[in-house]
Design a protein around this ligand. Structure first.
Ligand SMILES: [Zn+2]
Ligand SMILES: [Zn+2]
Length: 256
């Protein structure tokens, strides 16, 4: 698998960090992890084949994670790249995405659900925790996270056994380390350097405690608020956990 960081930032506009989005290329197709308003443009900027995107994961309904979904579908509907497309686009998401899209759709009759190709939406909730399902032939599992009532972390394992965990936004939870256990790549939010102002995000001490317990092969810290500007994240992280920590930067590409 290959991961491309589209957006390492948050809801706060930042000159170097777009809001949330990650492109995951697998042998069986491509998956977009969260679709902020910035994500569609960032896919084009990274020369990714967005017209052939196979699946989308939406972790929760904050707009820095799903605000680009309606405009992406609107773009796909009219793009020359998709007029001959036949394969479906599948959205796997937290609860509420279909309702959100319907509300936008009805507000101006965009016909977002009438694409040149089939659109499938599978919503998941806390009830699906512990019940593996499939995304692009990969084994997928979800975990509810203490961020929003609907928010979910995602664990993916491909046929070769390579494992990726994406927490998206989360507060501290004792369930995350076991869910993320020994992942080849753990994409963990680390919104704040220290003294986080809210319990529904992590600061560096929280993130590194999770890393110590989860022992991922590599840790990618993302969802970085502007408070991080000018701070050497990787050296600060090294003092708290001896493993490999990588600061997410827009455009970073990683093999998993
Ligand atoms: Zn966010
Ligand atoms: Zn959020």
């Amino acid at each position: 698998m290959q991961l491309v960081v589209l957006g390492s930032g948050t809801s706060i506009f930042h000159p170097q960090r777009a809001s949330a989005g990650f492109w995951l290329q697998t042998d069986a197709g491509s998956l977009l992890l969260d679709c902020s308003a910035d994500a569609p443009h960032r896919m084009a900027e990274e020369n990714l084949d967005w017209g052939n995107l196979d699946a989308i994961w939406i972790s929760h309904l904050h707009l820095d994670h799903c605000g680009g979904l309606a405009s992406f579908l609107f773009g796909l509907k009219h793009a020359p790249q998709t007029q001959a497309r036949e394969k479906p686009l599948t959205i796997f998401s937290c609860a509420g995405v279909e309702k959100l899209l319907q509300a936008i759709d009805e507000s101006h009759r965009y016909k977002l659900f009438e694409l040149p190709f089939p659109l499938e939406i599978t919503e998941l909730s806390a009830k699906n925790a512990g019940a593996p399902f499939e995304i692009l032939g990969m084994k997928a599992e979800v975990l509810p996270t203490p961020h929003r009532p609907e928010s979910l972390a995602l664990r993916l394992m491909d046929k070769s056994g390579a494992t990726l965990v994406y927490t998206s936004d989360t507060g501290d939870s004792e369930k995350i380390p076991s869910f993320a256990r020994a992942a080849d790549l753990l994409i963990l939010e680390c919104s704040f350097y220290r003294n986080k102002p809210v319990p529904t995000h992590l600061d560096l001490a929280d993130a590194m405690r999770i890393a110590q317990l989860a022992e991922p092969r590599r840790l990618l810290l993302t969802h970085l608020y502007p408070e991080w500007d000018g701070i050497d994240l990787e050296s600060k992280a090294k003092r708290l956990w001896d493993g490999e920590t990588i600061e997410a930067r827009d455009g970073l590409r990683l093999e998993i």
